[in-house]
Design a protein around this ligand. Structure first.
Ligand code: TXA
Ligand code: MG
Length: 330
């Protein structure tokens, strides 16, 4: 059952409790309704992808009640601070280097070393974010491939039964997603997605902003292809049906393959949601075991191609893809 909560103090308290307990609550922002989950809990983030039926993982925007809260999770350059002062709360998302102490899960950040943060506009959503007191990951609250919802009833049409609640904050004023600006290189601000704040308005503060105009220009920026994307340093072998003594095994299900040097089971019970939540920590763990076991590679047991299994496969395919050659050192 999906509860429809009124945007009253009681409704907001309930929504915050559900989020802190790892549940999913959709809520209106000034742009569109977001499908919120506690960004620090990988299991909650996995449920977001499951509810949206996303065939692949995507880095999600973390939402905060204030710029101060946002800037505990990222390294904010002076330009970011200036833009935040001018446009937050509002439809602007800033992509910045993740802070060393960031508590946002790798699944929410899709293993990137950067993080997208924003402070949305709206009394109810800000009260909710304050009450949660943690970063809230929220993609648009529609099923994958459908249009973004700008009203609580749209959310219910799309997601009834798949999320715990929707906080009915009324229709969204902007109805178009936030502008996403990459400031990971503060000397070269780059527009990743046009949205609620016009680029020209940003340029009055930033100077010229790079705008990748063609698909080809944008491709290197699309998160799945970025070099900063986390990939294990060891080669990855997919759909393994046996495993060697110098391989680390990423297992799935009740029958992990025997014979691996070291094993991380994504989900002994075969739950794809649990597997998604444990994917990044598993890759990092096995990679970290290389010196201990003199590992030559990682083997991955087959993952069923349904539901979140597709997103997990997509991520693993990218982890297993040939790496770009290291530049030759003189
Ligand atoms: O208005 C909005 O931004 C809405 C409301 C709910 O806040 N949210 C939203 O989220 O549109 P989503 O997940 O549908 O879009 C997030 C966008 C994607 O284009 C994603 O690739 C980009 O932000 N993004 C997130 N993290 C990123 C990162 N670290 N680097 C580059 N792009 C990132
Ligand atoms: Mg979307």
């Amino acid at each position: 059952m999906t509860e429809r909560l009124a945007a009253t103090p009681a409704g907001i308290t309930t929504a915050a409790r559900i989020l802190r307990e790892g549940g999913l609550v959709a809520f209106g922002t000034e742009t569109v309704y977001g499908l919120g989950g506690d960004a620090t809990q990988p299991a909650a983030v996995a449920r977001i992808f499951e509810a949206k039926n996303r065939p692949r993982f995507n880095p999600l925007i973390s939402h905060f009640a204030s710029a101060d809260a946002a800037f505990t999770q990222v390294q904010a350059c002076p330009l970011a601070q200036k833009l935040a002062a001018a446009f937050w709360p509002g439809p602007l998302t800033l992509v910045l280097p993740r802070a060393p102490g960031s508590t946002v899960s790798d699944l929410a950040a899709d293993g990137l070393s950067s993080l997208a943060v924003r402070v949305p506009h709206g009394e109810a959503v800000l009260a909710l974010l304050r009450a949660v007191g943690r970063p809230v990951a929220a993609p648009s609250a529609n099923r994958s491939g459908r249009i973004s919802p700008s009203d609580a009833s749209h959310v219910l049409e799309e997601l009834t039964g798949r999320i715990d609640a929707v906080l009915d904050t009324g229709p969204c004023a902007v109805g178009l997603e936030s502008t996403v600006l990459d400031l990971t290189d503060p000397d070269r601000p780059c527009l990743l997605r046009p949205g609620g704040v016009p680029v020209e308005a940003l340029e009055t503060l930033c100077g010229p902003i790079a705008r990748p105009e063609t698909e080809a220009d944008a491709a290197p920026l699309s998160p799945g292809r970025m070099l900063s994307h986390y990939a294990p340093s060891l080669p990855v072998r997919l759909n393994a049906t046996s495993v060697g003594p110098r391989e680390g095994l990423l297992a799935f299900g009740p029958a992990p393959l025997p014979g691996a040097a070291v094993t991380w089971n994504l989900s002994p019970t075969g739950s794809l949601e649990e597997a998604a939540a444990r994917l990044f920590s598993g890759l990092r763990f096995l990679d970290s075991q290389q010196p201990t076991f003199d590992l030559t590679g990682l083997a991955v047991q087959p993952i069923p191609p349904q539901g979140l299994g597709l997103a997990i496969q997509d991520r693993l395919n990218r982890a297993a893809a040939p790496r770009p050659a290291e530049p030759d050192l003189p």
